[in-house]
Design a protein around this ligand. Structure first.
Ligand code: ADP
Ligand code: MG
Length: 322
């Protein structure tokens, strides 16, 4: 859509920073970007709607960060190197303080991840903020981490920790009794997700299957199992629980760890022979990785607790339409 004078002003003020050499950024009909020889473009888009994906009173700087982070997480899940992003915004009004904070949060991550903003679209919305971010990355097609690539005998790994974002969300939604200390300890994970994009690129060609945990470990791992026609056995006692979960009700912790969404860390599978190599890559990238189970031929996801006793899961992952 073509923008009116106010929109031009907004784009110029908040969303026009120089593109890197070799790129054509904001200002023409299309942006242009180079893709390295032997690579393919990896691209993904995510839509964030006020009231559904974020609270109206969320810190706009955190929102700018998260809008890009959830997309960079998708690139990481393919083992792709971030190249550039596009941002479409639909806003009910032009609030300068909001726009400044949002763009600061967005650009800070774009700079760190090497994912420059090279274009987008801006419109007025009748009600509510809508944020649409498209990312582009590059990966050698034969090295991309596909959901269908898990093999029987593979280890299952996760990056980072589990459960904190879900606890923060429950507290903010009043599904847990107010607890300032617990909210302070868990909310940064919900508001400022830090997908492991550097480590993820080093997994390309090393790991087999991968995805990012957005809807809960059980449900998301289920996508790998379905796509790869296999099953998995998880060791619940090995899960890297966020330290803030210590001392909480055991069933609550279990639900947060296995079904909690908004994690934006990776779950990936790799041959057992790669254990030392993967650990070395993770150390090099200053990324925490944990081996949590293995891929088996028999379909289904089995979670074993203390002493190998199966844990029943009566829990579903997050579903926006439920
Ligand atoms: P068009 O008429 O081709 O849609 P626009 O007038 O909407 O162009 O946008 C002008 C330029 O500003 C384009 O290069 C577009 O990519 C860029 N742009 C628009 N909105 C944004 C935004 N929110 N973030 C970054 N770039 C944007
Ligand atoms: Mg436009």
């Amino acid at each position: 859509m073509s923008a009116g004078p106010k929109e031009f002003d907004l784009i110029a003020r908040y969303f026009t920073r120089p593109a890197p050499p070799g790129f054509l950024g904001v200002g023409d009909d299309c942006a242009l970007l180079p893709v390295a020889a032997g690579h393919q473009l990896a691209t993904s888009v995510d839509l964030l709607i006020e009231g559904r994906h974020f609270f109206s009173d969320v810190d706009p700087k955190a929102l700018g960060h998260k809008a890009l982070a959830v997309n960079i997480s998708d690139l990481a899940a393919m083992g792709a190197q971030p190249l550039a992003c596009l941002l479409s915004l639909s806003l009910p009004d032009m609030n300068d303080a909001w726009l400044q904070a949002f763009s600061d949060g967005f650009y800070a991550l774009a700079d760190r991840a090497g994912c420059p903003l090279i274009g987008g679209d801006t419109t007025r919305s009748a009600a509510g903020i809508v944020i649409n971010v498209t990312v582009m990355g590059q990966v050698r097609p034969e090295q991309a981490l596909l959901r269908a690539a898990a093999k029987v005998g593979d280890d299952i790994w996760v990056t980072g920790t589990l459960g904190a974002a879900d606890i923060a969300l429950r507290l903010l939604q009043g599904r847990l009794p107010a607890n300032e200390r617990l909210l302070a300890a868990t909310r940064p994970t919900l508001d400022w997700p830090e997908p492991p994009w550097t480590f993820a690129q080093t997994l390309a060609g090393v790991a087999h299957a991968a995805l990012d945990i957005s809807d809960g470990l059980s449900q998301d791992l289920g996508h790998i199992l379905k796509a790869s026609s296999c099953g998995a056995v998880l060791d619940y006692t090995a899960l890297p629980l966020h330290p803030a979960l210590q001392g909480l009700d055991a069933l609550l912790v279990q639900e947060a760890a296995l079904a909690g969404g908004d994690v934006y860390q990776l779950c990936f599978t790799a041959a057992q022979e790669q254990r030392a190599h993967i650990q070395a890559l993770a150390d090099q990238a200053k990324c925490v990785v944990t081996r949590i189970g293995g891929i088996v031929a028999e379909p289904g996801l089995h979670v074993l607790g203390q002493g190998g006793v199966p844990i029943k899961q009566h829990i579903a992952g997050f579903d926006h339409f439920s």
